[in-house]
Design a protein around this ligand. Structure first.
Ligand SMILES: [Zn+2]
Length: 459
């Protein structure tokens, strides 16, 4: 395929479709997929029978909600059951015959049996297409060199990502992070990449150590951009600023999606607008009400439990799969010109708090606070006097104000922030401002919730 490096989208025909058009494409593929799943997976067939439906009963989007949902535990059960019945872990769910499976990937999860993704040659092709769409929008062009410094091996963001990148003429330097950061430095020096793909913590570590290890600051490594994954980064203004300035690049973007069908990327619009979902013609996304588990209509800013279904997929086509993550969707047009739905993963459904019947996620609160940077640092804590999820109002939070803010500024900031929280989240917390750097910073996801009732119990 001859590619014009100046074109904006990898596959404009699909990527610039309106929401209505993409929904039609999805439904056509969905009907075919449901039939395929029913015919080829004993697990799905049984689930349909239990629900008293057949694939041909699904004639509208409304009907689709009667197809049972599944979780990671179901996936693990299928693997165990397959081992018993077929002597391999795939038979219950991997709908393609074993000889058609050409790749196996696994989640990076550390607890319990790894959950497997199997791909046929068709799926590998789809996967490359989805990576192509993301990376093109992230600015990579044939001739660029990208050093991959995330986990490699069969982790979904490892080998599959590298495979997809080289497919369209980008040179991949698959160092991986398993061999330590020393190796990463060695290959930066030797191969002179234009892009580095890593976690935000590794990016910051390279900036910190570069003068000592390479004898020059990271700003002189000649990078065009830093592509992050695995942890939040570009959405946190102070992290994004440190990484951009440290490497002297204009871009620090993040992405999601390895060897499955849920792929998104962030553009360079500021403030961080979430990630664009690039794979809707291969993945049906639903938002479920966390309490009733019924699908909710998509509206600007709406938050619900993420549930997805693979379409046009042969190996392990997950069907109404719930991972326990909460997602916020944005339908407003993004200034970058990408018309697609945007989303933010805002935490685990288990982290949800309920205040006067309103569902609130700590990350959603943090996103509002981040919108006030640099008047605030973005750090906050939520104090609970009793176990959740129900909280007796008002919700009590502490927010770090930014450098250069005086005490006289705080009442105005307080009012503005409470109004913003009320209008966006329908929650009006009691805010106490504290000086910058009051809260401990960690490279791990810091605990935003302080359980005061536990502290009392242990004292
Ligand atoms: Zn955008």
């Amino acid at each position: 395929m001859k590619l014009d490096p100046n074109r904006e989208f990898w596959n404009p025909k699909i990527e610039l479709m309106s929401r209505d058009e993409i929904r039609q494409v999805q439904f056509k593929k969905l009907k075919k997929q449901l039939k395929y799943d029913y015919q080829n997976s004993p697990f799905y067939r049984e689930r349909f029978h239990q629900a008293g439906i057949k694939p041909e009963d699904i004639r509208t989007w409304e009907d689709f909600q009667y197809v049972p949902t599944m979780t990671k535990d179901d996936q693990r059960w299928c693997q165990e059951e397959s081992l018993q019945r077929f002597g391999h872990p795939y038979g219950m769910l991997a709908c393609a015959p074993i000889e058609k499976i050409v790749r196996v990937s696994a989640t990076s999860g550390t607890t319990g049996m790894p959950t497997l993704y199997t791909l046929t040659r068709h799926d590998v092709k789809v996967n490359r297409e989805l990576h192509g769409r993301k990376l093109w929008r992230q600015g990579l062009r044939p001739g660029d060199r990208m050093l991959h410094a995330q986990a490699l091996s069969m982790f979904t963001g490892g080998v599959p990502t590298c495979d997809a990148v080289q497919e369209y003429g980008v040179c991949i330097i698959p160092v991986g992070i398993e061999g330590g950061v020393g190796r990463v430095f060695q290959f930066i020096d030797l191969c002179k990449p234009h892009y580095i793909r890593c976690t935000p913590s590794i990016a910051e570590y390279i900036i910190q150590k570069s003068p000592e290890v390479l004898g020059k600051p990271a700003s002189e490594l000649g990078l065009k951009g830093v592509l992050c994954g695995g942890e939040p980064g570009p959405g946190i203004p102070e992290v994004a600023k440190r990484v951009r300035e440290g490497f002297n690049v204009s871009q620090m973007r993040d992405h999601i999606g390895g060897t499955h069908n849920f792929h998104g990327y962030s553009c360079t619009v500021e403030p961080y607008p979430g990630m664009h979902l690039v794979s809707e013609d291969y993945c049906v996304l639903e938002l479920l009400d966390p309490e009733t588990q019924k699908p909710m209509e998509f509206r600007e800013g709406r938050i619900g439990e993420m549930c997805y279904t693979y379409i046009d997929w042969e190996g392990t086509p997950l069907l109404r799969y719930r991972l326990g993550d909460s997602l916020q969707v944005h339908l407003d047009p993004c200034p970058c010109g990408d018309p697609r739905l945007r989303f933010r993963i805002i935490g685990r459904v288990d982290d949800m708090l309920i205040i006067k019947g309103v569902n609130l996620y700590p990350t959603a609160l943090k996103n509002v606070v981040l919108g006030f940077a640099p008047r605030v640092t973005g750090e906050l804590r939520i104090f609970l006097d009793a176990p959740g999820p129900r909280v007796q109002p008002p919700l009590k939070i502490q927010v770090e104000y930014g450098e250069g803010i005086t005490l006289e500024d705080l009442p105005g900031l307080n009012k503005e922030m409470r109004e913003k929280m009320h209008s966006l989240l329908r929650v009006t917390p009691e805010i106490e401002f504290v000086p910058p750097n009051t809260f401990e910073r960690t490279t791990h996801k810091s605990k935003m919730i302080v359980k005061r009732y536990e502290e009392r119990g242990s004292s």
